[in-house]
Design a protein around this ligand. Sequence first.
Ligand code: SAH
Length: 223
Amino acid sequence: MNSIELAGVGMTSQRTRERLIQRLIDQGIISQPVLDVMRMTPRHLFLDEALSHKAYEDTALPIGYSQTLSQPYIVARMTEILLSAGPLKKVLEIGTGSGYQTTILSQLVQQVYTVERIEPLLKKAKERFRKLGLQNVVAELSDGSFGWDGHAPYDGIIATAAPQAVPEELLRQMAPDGILVIPVGNGQTQDLRLLRRIGKSHEFNEEIVEKVKFVPLLGGVSR
Ligand code: SAH
């Protein structure tokens, strides 16, 4: 686990960040570790400079290639749900994007594996991980619909792009009692689903958490 209190604090006042944290609390985020990590992590470092003044607003923001950095509330909510399973050793993230969600996770779990299908986005994200000194993140260019077999099983899997149905492969890569948080659907909005593997069985408890708005999970990689 890393703790990063990073450079660049001067760029945005502590008050602006505190306002975002207060908004997350008002929207029902209760996990103190999640709130603390989001307070310390400079979201503006994950955006192009032209947009960095919007970094502490609670909205999704464009990162190029028709992709978006998720809304802080959603990042907080998904992370909080994931952690509700207890301390997590190995987590797989599908859809690295800017690397913001990855960076939040890396401070809360032991090891994060993350995959992205768009090479230029992955490159930028990796550069950010390097600059931030994250030691427990491994990122790769690949189609996350197939998970990442090489490091399975995972205590937690989080998808930040929406498939039309839960990919079988992800269920297969979950550790006993593992947890999967994933937006599912093909409309303008999707259902955020929470699946929990029941012990070592191949059965899962499933719950719909809320409506969310994610970019679609697409197949193949793009260089
Ligand atoms: N977690 C990101 C959110 C980025 S948006 C962040 O915090 O910035 C979702 C990302 O999922 C996009 O970058 C998109 O390219 C990626 N994606 C979509 N389908 C994918 C797939 N099959 N495999 C891996 N990444 C995928």
